[in-house]
Structures are given as structure tokens and as C-alpha cells.
Design a protein around this ligand. Sequence first.
Ligand code: PLP
Length: 478
Amino acid sequence: MLTNETFRNQAHQVVDWIADYLENIQQYPVKPSIAPGALRAALPDEAPQSGEAMDDIWKDFLNMIVPGITHWQHPGFMALFPSNASYPGILGEIAVSGLGINAMMWDTSPSATELEQTVMEWLRKATGLPDGMLGVIHDTASMSTLTAIISARERYAQFQVNQHGFHGYDKLVMYCTDQTHYSIEKGAKAAGIGAAQVKKIATDDAHAMIATALTKQIAEDKAAGLQPFMVVATLGTTSTLAFDPLEGIGNICVEHKLWLHVDAAYAGSAFFLNEYRHFLQGIDHADSYVFNAHKWLFTNFDCSCYFVKDANHLINTFSANPDYLKRTEESVAMFKDWGIPLGRRFRALKLWFVLRNYGISGIQELLRKHIDIATNFRNQLLSDTQWELMAPPVMNMFCVRYHPQGINDNEALNALNTALLKSINADGNYYLSGTIVKGMYMIRVVMGQTHLEQVHAEGLLALMRSSANSINDFKALR
Ligand SMILES: *Cc1c(COP(=O)(O)O)cnc(C)c1O
């Protein structure tokens, strides 16, 4: 077993390995190519009876575990959305693992609670959120949104569902669009609303919610005796980075007394930049808002920043004060009452390290750099008219498909682009993902990895062009 002294040596080795890993990360394929079940088959069926040397365990980590890792910190990781680490973020995680605390409430680590309050206030100001909104850190946007749905349910039901179940509140309905992240529907299931009671409002050509369609659906539902209680608006959808019109939706929510939850999980980081704040117009009407610092704010997973207009709804919904968890000071925040779990990680420390080490202007510079690289890349790619833009491009993401002259059948284009994406990813230096919107398959390009440089965009441009050409040759042969 490790002693304090052998731990110290081992830990230095681990840190050296992390630095080497990040320095040489481009030597790895972004996505591993291992067969399903291979690791399970290689590992013993039972835990070892007697302790093993850390050196042996570490060797197996390198030889068995690392080959099956997807390298999210590889600058060629342009799939899904990034889950960015950074040097200050990693240091924060290391320090927290050493402290090994549980930040459930003020008494269990006063610094953890007060630092969390401080960094959330910093973020609120730095991203242009309204005065008075208060923040708490959850693990994921999924959990933040579930928290919002349950709070909205309880505000509507005057906390009666919490007490007595759904009697009298069995016709609750909520609204989002067919582009909303699936975590909203999942949250509705978990909150007892029911997936079928989540109404998908139609979207326009830019894949954003049509506010008049929302008004119409609410009127129909009220006439049918249903109980509308909530709208989820998305700023930056996962498929195409579409922005729902917050101002219009907010006015409808005010009129009908609906809880407005805003999901800005990815794009929320961009509100460090003034030039994107116009998307926030109408945010005054939001009852809750979430964005993930672990996506595009260089803070290691997990760090989901959840803001509420009135914390009393949260606390009245989630607080429970058994005798063994009484607070010792009346005035302090008890974050265990701001969400579902009792136990909480000390996530504020890594965020504090990141915000201080980059500074607001350092973050702004890095975001703008990513956006510039993506914009140049997009312009170059689209200068060949066989590449077709599939949604309005914004920030550092866009959706395209390869559309050679003469092929106009949508099914054929879907098959072609599915094959093309596969061939781009097979190269190993890049990892892109696809999506299907309104029946059309498209390739998403997200250029937001912490260590992204211009040269990585150039490599991708060459790869996408050559992959498209080989697909053309392949077609010609047939
Ligand atoms: C990523 C994402 C989510 C889910 O985030 P988790 O933190 O993984 O739960 C929700 N909504 C949007 C718009 C997202 O992009």
C-alpha cells in the first residue's frame, strides 16, 4: 500500500505523465479502434485478494486502459460538443482530489460554499445575466434541467405535488421544440410529467422555435383542460446551434405564468463576448438558466452552472432538514437544498483557477480565436460549391453536407454523407459527428478544443476535400 512518501513519488510520475500526454496527444488516434468486449475479456473477473503495487497498476493503465480512451483533449476532437480540460482546470481537480471533501453545505466546508457563490456571481456578471440571478454548480445540464422542471412543477402546484403526489395536477404539459436536447424529455419523465406531455413546437428554417406556434399550442391545450406550466427555450441547439427567440417566448411565458427555463449548455460560454449578447435579449423573463463551463469554458468535466431568478422556489422544492444536517449558522447557503443530491463535489475550485488564470480577457481571446479559425475554415470549405451549408452558421460550429452536382435525391445524399463521415473519421486525426435534421443527414464541425490551432483546421480541410474526392471516384467506378 502507498505511504505518504511513496504516494508523493507516484503522484509526481502521474503529473509528468499528464504533461507528456497533453504534449503528445496528437500521436493518438482521436477515437480508439478496439473491439467491443476486448477490455472486459482482458481484465480479471474479480478484485485482487491482496493489494498490488501501484507501479503494476499504472503499467496496466498505460497498456490496457489508455488504448480504449477517446481523446477529448485532442485538438482534432470536433465531434458532439467539446468537454474541455485546461491546465488550471486540471490543477483544480488535482487539488480537490487531495482535499477529498464533500461540499454538501456550509458547515461541511465553508470555503467551498462561499467560493461557489463567488464564482457564480463572477460568471453571472461576465456573461451578462440579469442582476439578482443566483447560481449553483450541478454536475450536468441534464441535472440542472431536471431541477428546473421539478421547481417549475412545484411553483405551479404550490408545492402540493411534493406533498401529496399528482392529485389535481395530472394534466401538466410543457413545451420545447423537436430540436431541444433529449435531456429535457428525460427530465420530464423523471419528474413525473411524462414524455407525451412534452409538446414539441414547430421550428422555422433556421431550426428555431416559432413563437406564434407556441401561443397557438398553449391556447389549444388550455381549451382542452390541460395544465401548461413550463417552456424550455434553447440558446444553441445541439444539432445545429439554433437559437430560440427568447424575447418572444419570454413574453408568452409572462402572459401565461409559465416557468421559462433556458438551456444554453454549450453556447452560454460565448456570452463572455458582447457580440453574441443579443441572443440573451429576453433573459429577464427566465426563471432558470443553465450553461456548462465544462464544454467551452476550459473547466474540466463536470461543471454545470445553473442560475435561478428566485432561489426560494428551489429551496422550497428541495430542502429537507433532518436533525443530523442542521445548519449551525442561520445566514449561510446550504447548497444541498439547491438540487437533488445531498453530497456534492467541490467544483468551484477548478472554475476559480480557470477564471483567474485565463482572466476574462484571456477567455474572450481564446473564444474569438476558435471562432476565427472556424469562420475561415468554413469560408474555405464552402468556396467549393459542392459543399452545402445546412443551417445558419454561428460562433465556432456549422453543419454541412457534400452535395456533388447531379445527385439530388435526399436518400442518396444521406447515404453519401454517412459514408463520407465514416471515411473522415477513419483517418484517426479528427473526430466529427453527424446529425439528422428534418430528414437530412449533415456533418457537424465544432472547432472549440482548448488547444485548437489554425494548422488543425488546415489538416481537416485537406482531409475533407480528399475524402470527398475519393467518394466521387468510388461513385465513378460504380
Ligand atoms: C450538451 C447539452 C446538454 C446536456 O449536457 P450534459 O451536461 O451532458 O447533461 C443539454 N442541452 C444542450 C443544448 C447541450 O448542448
